[in-house]
Structures are given as C-alpha cells and as structure tokens.
Design a protein around this ligand. Structure first.
Ligand SMILES: C[S@@+](CC[C@H](N)C(=O)[O-])C[C@H]1O[C@@H](n2cnc3c(N)ncnc32)[C@H](O)[C@@H]1O
Length: 272
C-alpha cells in the first residue's frame, strides 16, 4: 500500500465514519490485503475507485465490516452493570413510575453481548413487574456483519462462560451440538438492532434514559468526540446516565455532563 493509497482510505473512513486509522497502516494493510487479492483488484487505488463507484453501497459496507474493530465480550466492565442495578435502575423505577417507560441505547453494540446483557439486567431487575414496563434496548452499530451475528444471538460455550450461572439458565438455550447457546426469544424481544452511523444526525423520537457508548470513541479524534457527545446529550432524558469505556477519557470541555465517576456521566435533572 503506497502512502497515497493509505491516505485515500483513511481519509475516506474518517470523513464518513469518524474512525481515525491515520496511524494504523499496518493494521489496515493486514485486514485488507487478502480481500484485495482475492477480489481481483490490481491495487488499492483501483479498489477505492470501485468502492466510490458502487452505487449499491455493497463494497463500502464490506470495507467497513473489514476495517472496524469489533472486539467485545459478556461481562465487559461489569462494574457498569452493577452501577446500573444499584443506582440507575432504582432511580428510574421511581422517576418513571407513572409512565412505566424506559429506553436504553447501546450505540456501538458490536456482536450483541452488551445490549443483551442490558436486556438481561432489565428483566432480572424488574422481575415480575417487567410485564408492566415498556422497556427497550436500542442497539446500533455501523458494521452489518456484527449486526448479523448479534441478531442471530448465538454464542459459543467459551463466549458465555463469564455470565452468572443463573443468567445462563434463564436467558440462554443450548443448541443441538451442545457447544453453542442462543439467547432466548424473550431476551431478543427486548432488543432492537439497527445499522446506524454515529456521525449522522440522530433520528430518535424517544429520549434515552441510559446510553452506553463504550470503547468506540477511542477511534475518533477530539472534534468528532466533542460533537458526538453533544448530540448524545441532546437525545438524553434529564437525569439520564452515559457510560463510556473504563479506559477512555473525555476532555473536560467536551462534556456538558456531570461527572459521576470516571466513565460514568449524568445529564443534570431539570436540564432539557
Ligand atoms: C470495540 S467495539 C465496542 C463494543 C462494545 N460497546 C464494548 O464496549 O464491548 C466498537 C464498535 O464500534 C463500531 N463503530 C465504529 N465506528 C462507528 C460509527 N461511526 N458508528 C457506529 N458504530 C461505530 C464498530 O463497528 C464496533 O463494532
């Protein structure tokens, strides 16, 4: 990959998806090399010409599927789920006691572990009361490949290992090979998966009570993060909570939220 070709691809990715790979030439080459060769393209420039010419958007989708980093796992940063159970959900149960309505958004949901855990937590927390609540987890990502896997909701024995035994029994069903486990229909019904690019204007009609935006902003530059955080703030309910990755930091002036703990933010009550 020449420097010009590298520049062309990372600029394309950054302009459309906010993802900054300008210092990741090796990773980019490693991920694309095989695809270019087997796809019969002469070089990366010819490939990018095709991506830009392809009106169906199929090649661009594939490019995104190949270049995004989708690593995730059940119980990742479980302290956030503890905080939800102990602080956020009791608060929301009281706040929304009349409307019985609750909306959580997982904005970079990858293969589904994070939003399914949110759904399991909601069902666990509300117990029998759950049927009286209109709870929803909206799960979005730009990669169509991870969304396909998320909708299927099938995970290996190894992948589900970190989940508590009681959750495994209640929320998963073993498949016939005994090595794979599918999330139950009940849990799947709680989660709506959609493809959505965080760089686009937000189309949501409902305001969010909780937003998980974990381990995605590390790929964005300061300006992109700042604009995104403001958009997130605007779609949140007053008193709502934002969770980011525990190893991520947000610059103080980029954040209109109240800082509760490193990686946990809150939109003040009374603010619109
Ligand atoms: C490392 S995963 C994080 C998964 C999960 N939130 C977690 O913390 O385990 C990052 C995800 O962000 C998605 N992503 C990257 N840029 C995005 C964008 N502009 N809009 C929506 N999703 C994006 C990627 O496709 C990837 O699945």
């Amino acid at each position: 990959m020449t420097e010009e070709e590298f520049f062309r691809i990372y600029t394309f990715l950054k302009n459309r998806y906010g993802i900054d790979m300008s210092r990741k030439k090796e990773i980019m080459t490693g991920r694309l090399e095989n695809y270019i060769r087997t796809g019969g393209f002469k070089n990366y420039n010819e490939y990018m010409n095709e991506v830009e010419r392809d009106a169906s958007g199929k090649l661009e989708k594939e490019l995104v599927n190949i270049l995004t980093t989708n690593h995730t796992f059940f119980m990742r940063e479980f302290e956030h789920f503890d905080y939800l159970r102990q602080v956020v959900l009791p608060y929301l149960r009281q706040k929304e006691a009349k409307k019985h309505d609750l909306c959580i958004w997982s904005g970079a949901s990858s293969t589904g572990e994070e939003p399914y855990m949110l759904a399991m937590l909601l069902m666990d927390f509300f117990g029998l009361e759950h049927t009286r609540w209109d709870t929803k987890v909206l799960a979005t990502d730009i990669s169509t490949e991870v969304l396909r896997q998320a909708v299927a909701g099938v995970y290996s024995r190894e992948q589900i290992a970190p989940l508590p035994e009681s959750w495994k029994r209640r929320f998963l069903r073993a498949s016939s090979d005994g090595e794979h486990f599918e999330v139950t229909r009940e849990v799947k019904k709680e989660v709506i998966f959609r493809q959505f690019n965080l760089m686009e204007p937000f189309p949501f009609k409902r305001k969010m009570h909780v937003v998980f935006l974990r381990n995605v902003m590390i790929y964005f530059d300061y300006k992109t993060r700042k604009e995104l955080i403001q958009k997130v703030y605007d779609v949140m309910e007053p008193g709502g909570y934002l969770f980011i990755g525990r190893t991520e930091t947000l610059e103080r002036d980029a954040v209109p939220f109240q800082l509760i703990q490193p990686s946990i933010f809150r939109k003040q009550e009374g603010k619109m």
